[in-house]
Write a protein that binds this ligand. Structure first.
Ligand SMILES: Cc1ncc(COP(=O)(O)O)c(C=O)c1O
Length: 426
């Protein structure tokens, strides 16, 4: 296939895209900027900016403390219910609070306490490092006899179910995995792995950070126990927007958060000196939520619920298949290979392309002096160019143009002028 034909195909796919109109609900869609990093920090929804401006001007500026009773106090539960629909959970099972790392700590701690005669945590080496640090810290806290088993990947990209199966034993308290791996986009079969853990009596805690908003949720269908996830990637909540946590309904009264803050108390404004855990999911809250940041998440939740996750997934698969097809046609001959599973069933919504010069290629893509457009991907050690697909705003022609830019940079060795060192944030 030649480039001209591939471009025509991409245009035709844009024309058939029934979600195309959603792109105009985000800032930056008309600029000469191909943003393929929505899996790190999503674009700004037009409505989120308006909501923040209104909240600052009226709720904070004019209504002041009265806003807590007018809109703020129950917002984390209300938005939690909207996330629940996206994550395949039920009302009252999800709440917005804290960061993903802190939520992971709270829920993993609660699981270890609940399964107190068991001392093993199982995770895998594709998991996000922060999750693994949390488990290491927990083991230190729980003391001797506790162990963390990090299941290795045979190919650096996927995890073999049989390796997990071998590791989950009768002593396993908790299995905690990323639903979609941050580097390779490898996606676990949530139902299969959850029942694998349950067969051995372990609890399962999923990190949904890289799947929420792009992969239909299956928490209830899988009978998953616990989950956490962030809102600044595909939920477009903005930098540092608060995370969410899920606890299956029947477990809520059996588990206890290790952080007994007043927002998790039965009635914080009783100012009782003896802590009484709140009803249901509320007991997993700790302190005052960041209202402005939390409010910015709502427009994307509404868009996703309006569209439905099956349609989102359909576009995500179509686009990631297109990207891999373009890569195999135009980039594999230049020394690239896929760093993501080829089977879409085993993949989330980003695609990693591996090349020995990945770091310098990323720098050239971002440099406005090179090529016709700025392309923003991200780099992940040691050689991955990660390209995120956000069905709400990514277009098929953008994927084509990104591949064309990468090809131009490698074919003409334009990356040579950049130093090989990484920037502070990649
Ligand atoms: C899969 C995964 N888990 C956890 C985190 C950490 O999230 P936070 O910084 O909100 O604690 C991230 C951050 O990108 C992530 O990608």
């Amino acid at each position: 296939m030649d480039m001209g034909l591939a471009y025509k195909e991409a245009i035709a796919l844009n024309e058939q895209d029934d979600l195309f109109a959603y792109r105009s609900k985000f800032f930056g869609g008309d600029e000469k900027l191909i943003y393929l990093d929505g899996n790190s920090l999503g674009r700004l929804p037009v409505e989120s900016k308006a909501i923040i401006e209104r909240s600052v001007k009226i709720e904070w500026g004019e209504r002041l403390i009265r806003s807590w009773n007018e809109d703020w106090f129950t917002k984390n539960i209300e938005l939690g219910d909207k996330i629940a629909r996206i994550a395949g959970a039920s009302e009252g099972e999800v709440v917005i609070t804290d960061s993903t790392s802190v939520n992971l700590y709270k829920l993993a701690h609660a699981a270890l306490r609940c399964k107190k005669d068991r001392t093993r945590i199982v995770t895998d080496e594709l998991n996000f490092p922060s999750d693994i640090y949390i488990f290491q810290g927990l083991l230190k806290e729980f003391g001797e006899g506790y162990e963390l088993i990090v299941v290795p990947s045979r190919d650096g990209m996927t995890i073999d179910t049989s390796d997990l199966k071998e590791t989950i034993n009768d002593n396993t308290a908790l299995v905690s995995l990323s639903h979609v791996a941050f580097k390779s986009a490898f996606r676990y079969n949530m139902k299969e792995i959850t029942s694998l853990g349950h067969e051995k009596g372990a609890m399962i805690l999923w990190d949904l950070s890289h799947s929420i908003g792009v992969v239909p949720g299956e928490l209830n269908e899988s009978n998953a126990d616990l989950a956490v996830g962030c809102t600044y990637k595909y939920l477009n909540g903005g930098p540092g927007s608060p995370a969410f946590l899920y606890v299956r309904k029947d477990l809520q009264d059996k588990l206890s958060s290790p952080i007994w803050g007043w927002f998790g108390e039965k009635n914080p404004f009783d100012f009782e000196l003896k802590y009484r855990p709140g009803e249901g999911i509320k007991r997993f809250l700790a302190g005052t939520p960041p209202i402005l940041s939390m409010k910015a998440i709502e427009p994307t939740l509404d868009m996703l619920n309006e569209i439905g996750m099956d349609r989102i997934r359909r576009k995500s698969v179509l686009q990631s298949e297109l990207l891999l097809m373009l890569a195999s046609e135009f980039l594999y001959p230049l020394g690239f290979q896929s760093g993501s599973p080829i089977d879409p069933e085993k993949r989330g919504s980003h695609v990693s392309l591996r090349h020995p010069e990945a770091c310098r290629i990323c720098k050239a893509l971002i440099d406005p002096e090179i090529g016709d457009t700025v392309v923003i991907p991200d780099f992940r050690e040691p050689d991955n160019i990660r390209l995120g697909i956000t069905p709400l705003y990514t277009t098929c022609t953008e994927l084509f143009m990104a591949v064309r830019e990468i090809r131009n940079i490698v074919e003409n060795r334009l990356f040579l002028k950049y130093s090989p060192g990484k920037d502070m944030v990649t």
